[in-house]
Design a binder for this molecule. Structure first.
Ligand SMILES: [Zn+2]
Length: 588
């Protein structure tokens, strides 16, 4: 068990636990997401919302369990009990559960695996059940999980039919349940779903030919079919994962697929080699400086190499969370520190941009430039991101420390304490503003161990210390550099532009500080940089000519309008009044 003890991340957790979760339950009430379960328990009434709305309740339940594992909250205890009752009552005798298919699409369960999200929702429910089992909370929810797995194994296991969901998620949820409970059937089913995906004819494709599935599939035809042909790339069903070399399709689906596959086959060199190829393609050509992924709104996903538009970046909060989940798994499977650098980058920039300072409003997409019209919202019709942000922030500890042979690996120097493999530890740091850390503790494991930690500054990559039995203390050197960063010239939007980074933290400029539109400021990268309070960075530059005609001779730019301004951490943008924003700033 890992406890995040103080500092930056603890503050984020407290905002979510003390304000964000209550706000999100209120939104689930007001948008009929909970009412759907009440109706489903009775078996009557109209379903309200979209296919996947049940999953928001499940993710928020999972977040609430993590919160109760750390913070006392009697109101939340009652809320969790009530919601678990609703879910248990809405579950069918055979373990199946879906409120839209109980109320609206009666008799049509599993008619449209590509679009109906039944298995995706059940995956999120199973993750909540796993959290309950891990934390020793809610026997009733654990029983829901057991019944659900019985159903899934009967329906899609070795004696059932081949099938998997258009939106991956269940694979990683089954593997997590198996790890937590020891139920090997769940792991086998997870592997089976990973292995089946991408072989033709796909069980998703054949349903497009069935008239009985039409009603459920009609809104997804344009997304999944190309010229009325099933290609499957949108949901990574075009080829087996082991043959894939590029990051394609819907980015959240892709991330969850890679996580589920690694959970099923953590030691499989062929699978890891395929995932490394996809990773290389993604981080060298298809990932934003913020760690955001998904360039296109059209498919909520990947497009072409070097297509990284700033204003129109999709960079969904959930995709960032998915990338963080995948990065940590890759680091654990390969031992390579590069994966945790991406973890830190995506978490501190793309993911945290998704949630406001008070944890009660959210970004669904996280562009790298704004004209001032992109604002946080308190909820969304498709509300996958808010509860995903809540559960991720409250469970960061699951991704940052692990054992590898004799080593205790600290993937990120977040202030934390706990016990792992017979080693008690406390990590103190100023992360994410400084890269160093002090790790103290007591080794009771009965043998020599290795402390392995990484840092962005100082010794880049892993640093190792051998510790004997008994008390130990190690100091990790790490000094973050503040530096101007350029992008590959193939990224056309960033030619002539620079971004400011401090360690893993990306910075931006906002109109509220400048007093004029952010794109009109150009920076002098040779000028002095001053670090101010509140982690702002002061720079000099000039205002680009604003009182000229529409066109003018370049040599005639007589008035340079010198100007200085503050850069602020990107994740903080849009917490003040509306205005434009730029990450990639024109260079003088
Ligand atoms: Zn989302």
């Amino acid at each position: 068990m890992v406890r995040i003890t103080s500092g930056f991340w603890r503050d984020r957790m407290e905002a979510v636990a003390k304000k964000g979760i209550a706000h999100q339950w209120k939104m689930c009430d007001e948008t009929d997401r909970l009412e759907n379960f009440r109706k489903a328990a009775l078996g009557e009434g109209d379903f309200v919302g979209r296919f996947y709305n049940d999953s928001d309740v499940y993710k928020l339940l999972e977040a609430s369990l993590y919160s109760l594992g750390e913070f006392e909250d009697v109101v939340l205890v009652k809320r969790v009990e009530d919601v678990v009752d609703l879910i248990a009552n809405a579950q069918w005798e055979d373990g199946y559960i879906s409120t839209p298919f109980t109320l609206q699409y009666k008799g049509m369960r599993y008619f449209a695996l590509a679009s109906a999200h039944e298995l995706y929702c059940m995956g999120h429910l199973l993750e909540a059940c796993t959290a309950a089992n891990d934390l020793g909370l809610s026997e009733r929810l654990i029983q829901v999980g057991k019944d659900l797995v019985d159903h899934l194994v009967a329906e899609f296991g070795p004696d059932g039919r081949p099938g998997y969901c258009g939106h991956q998620e269940l694979e990683l949820a089954l593997a997590g349940w198996s790890r937590s409970t020891g139920d090997s059937r769940a792991m086998e089913l997870s592997r089976r779903m990973t292995d089946l995906r991408g072989h033709q004819p796909s069980p998703l494709r054949v349903q497009f030919d069935e008239p009985k599935s039409d009603e459920l599939l009609k809104n997804y035809r344009a997304l999944i079919l190309v010229d009325d042909q099933y290609l499957g790339e949108y949901c990574q069903d075009d080829m087996p994962l082991r043959e894939q070399t590029k990051a394609v399709g819907h980015s959240v689906r892709a991330m969850y697929q890679f996580c589920g596959a690694l959970d099923g086959y953590p030691d499989d060199p062929e699978l890891i080699s395929a995932l490394e190829k996809i990773w290389d393609n993604m981080v060298s050509r298809r990932m934003f400086i913020t760690g955001g992924i998904g360039s296109a709104h059209r498919n909520e996903g990947f497009s072409q190499d070097y297509d990284l538009p700033n204003y129109d970046a999709y960079c969904e909060s959930c995709a960032g969370i998915g990338l963080a989940m995948w990065s940590s798994r890759m680091a654990q499977a390969t031992g390579k520190h590069e994966y945790m650098e991406v973890f830190e980058r995506v978490v501190l920039n793309n993911v945290l941009s998704g949630i406001s300072e008070d944890a009660c409003s959210y970004h669904y997409v996280n562009p790298l430039a704004s004209r001032g019209d992109h604002r946080r919202e308190e909820w969304f019709e498709c509300a996958c991101c808010p509860p995903n942000l809540a559960r991720f922030i409250l469970s960061l500890g699951r991704y940052v420390i692990w054992e590898e042979g004799d080593a205790i690996v600290f993937g990120v120097p977040v202030a934390m304490e706990g016990e792992i493999g017979g080693v008690e530890y406390t990590l103190e740091s100023e992360w994410p503003w400084e890269g160093g850390a002090v790790i103290k503790g007591f080794n009771r494991s009965g043998r020599k161990r290795v402390i392995r930690a990484r840092s962005w500054g100082g010794a880049f990559g892993w640093t190792e210390f051998e510790i004997n039995e008994g008390a130990f203390e190690v100091v990790i050197e790490g000094e973050y550099r503040t530096q101007w960063t350029r992008s590959h010239p193939a990224v056309v939007e960033n030619v002539g532009r620079v971004a400011l980074m401090h360690g893993p933290m990306v910075y931006c400029i906002e109109e509220v500080d400048l007093g004029f539109a952010a794109h009109q400021f150009s920076v002098n990268t040779m000028g002095p940089i001053a670090h101010l309070d509140n982690h702002r960075i002061h720079v000099s530059g000039r205002i680009r000519s604003i009182d000229t005609g529409l066109y003018y001779p370049a040599w005639n730019e007589s008035n340079p309008y010198p100007h200085t301004t503050d850069f602020v951490p990107y994740y903080q943008w849009n917490n003040r009044e509306a205005g434009s924003m730029q990450v990639w700033v024109a260079e003088d």
